[in-house]
Write a protein that binds this ligand. Sequence first.
Ligand code: FNR
Length: 359
Amino acid sequence: GAAGASASRGMGDGASAQQDTFRAARKDEHVALARAQEIHRNDFDCVAPIHHALGACDVAAVDLSTQVGPFTWPVPFYINGMTGGTEATGRINRVLAIAAREVGVPMASGSASVALDDPATASSFTVIREENPRGFVMGNIGVGRSGADARRVVELVGADALQLHLNAGQEIVMPEGEREFSGWRASVEEIVAQAGVPVIVKEVGFGISRETQRVLADLGVQVVDVGGVGGTDFARIENSRREAGEYSYLAGFGQSAALCLIEAEAGSGLDLLASGGVRTPLDVVRSLILGARAAGVARQFLELAVQGEEAAVAGLRSWRDQVRALLALLGAQTVSAARHCQVLITGELAERARLRGVD
Ligand code: FNR
């Protein structure tokens, strides 16, 4: 692999058996620390769709399906990669998988390389496919692992696609984090070539700039989740896992999903997904207006999962119905029509977009 045996430890990757207990603890810690973060205002609040009082269409006429690379998804939102690796996180994956099946929502696992190193944890990931045999399932692995490992994760999870996460901002703050990043482009290329399924490259909450989108397109990537700042903040999560907490100033570092979508090049050939701070069905619709094919939701669906199966199914159903209703309100009968809705970009987001050369 590009980064060899000292591969990225990422969201839970790792090499030595000695680290297994430590990594397992981190999986549970990530869930607890993410849930402790309050949900803030973010750049989606600077995205104001224009309302036309005679512009709505029939709710029943709205088609929620969306094209993502070679795939057609039934709804334009998905359960983003979060967890697995412990008993508690396996239960979360099970509840999410059941809700995904019942409502027809695509779902990703959390980083599954822990299961390659410690097969005892595999069932916390395989439960996702077991509970949802026909739904759209994504595996997840961190950059820096080998192409062979990527393929093993795909097989373990039974995945239709693989999420490949880029998380330099997290690694820098993580006490036990990676310090070698120069092999990452080669690693992306290797994983895209060897995963055996389409690879969706994602950030974990720092954003994927226009320049990086171009690099990824050149490396053969077709789908990118811009994973922006404004939601779950892994700089804060990892900083609170440090004894001295030196990096507290890095909270909020990076670009929002909204900015990444606005500055994206029209002709890049990439299909973009939006995540990071998607709080409501309106944030999903805002993402679609800004050009995303779908929006990824982690924290909000984690909150549903901890309430149990019934709440998770009802919650996802409600999101689906609300997205349909909002598209009707805006007169968009299809997801791709949402891109033609008028929108005002206000405040700090407008300022940042202007500084990035968008007018
Ligand atoms: C995550 N996220 C994440 N991403 C990834 O690619 N691999 C992973 O293993 C994890 N693990 C993880 C654990 C927990 C508890 C959370 C909440 C999140 C990041 C996630 O996919 C997403 O990019 C961010 O959480 C931002 O989205 P939200 O939470 O603001 O909707």
